[in-house]
Ligand binder design. Sequence first.
Ligand code: KIV
Length: 248
Amino acid sequence: MLTAYTARMAELLDRHCDVLLVGDSLAQTIYGLPTTLPVTLDMMIAHGAAVVRGSRRCLVVVDMPFGSYEESPQQAFRSAASLLRETGAGAVKLEGGVEMAETVAFLRSRGIPVMAHVGLTPQAVNVLGGYAARGRGDADYTKIFDDAVAVAQAGAFAVVIEGVVEPLALSIIEAIECPTIGIGASAKCDGQVLVVDDMLGMFDRTARFVKSFDSLGARIDAAAEAYAASVRERRFPEQQHLYQPPSK
Ligand code: KIV
């Protein structure tokens, strides 16, 4: 699983992935926002629809943005229904554990497949106090374990485990039956997810759990430098890029 936010990126990733996640990480990757909190349902709908247009075989999962589902199962149903209806995606993802289990069950029983997300949950950054790895203390370890079990028992079809100490990820994998998707968790999870921009090396600074498989940021910088030099030195456009009147 990788994130995707645009139709062209979805086209490129589609044959390599099983799942494309339209993550609310688009806050940072697309919009330059400091956190995921300002993301709206309309933003997720616009990018979700683009990704569905670009993909042929992947399951497309759209993140439920902060404030669109936490109030009640009914609010979550209205938001999730509009995400699926207006994007054509196959499932939604929401953050949270024990406190969201009722909502997961409510959505699932009304035809909405839910991927859950436990551990380091970025929408809770103001409560967690940052993006540090979780599960280091006994109470935190037990809470996250209970969260994963609760959402799995409530009917989540998969659980993303983010930014936790590996022994905790291993005990969750052991305890729940649905597939686990790791990000900073363990290679033993059933699947892995990364933010596509991180995987491609678009940013200079990333979390410890990111592996960049390319350095696209540096390559874009070099390409833009070459383009600007060609324009300033009037080496571009060349003959083959120009239109001429029909020959008489
Ligand atoms: O928003 C996102 O991209 C995510 C993944 C990192 C799991 O939730």
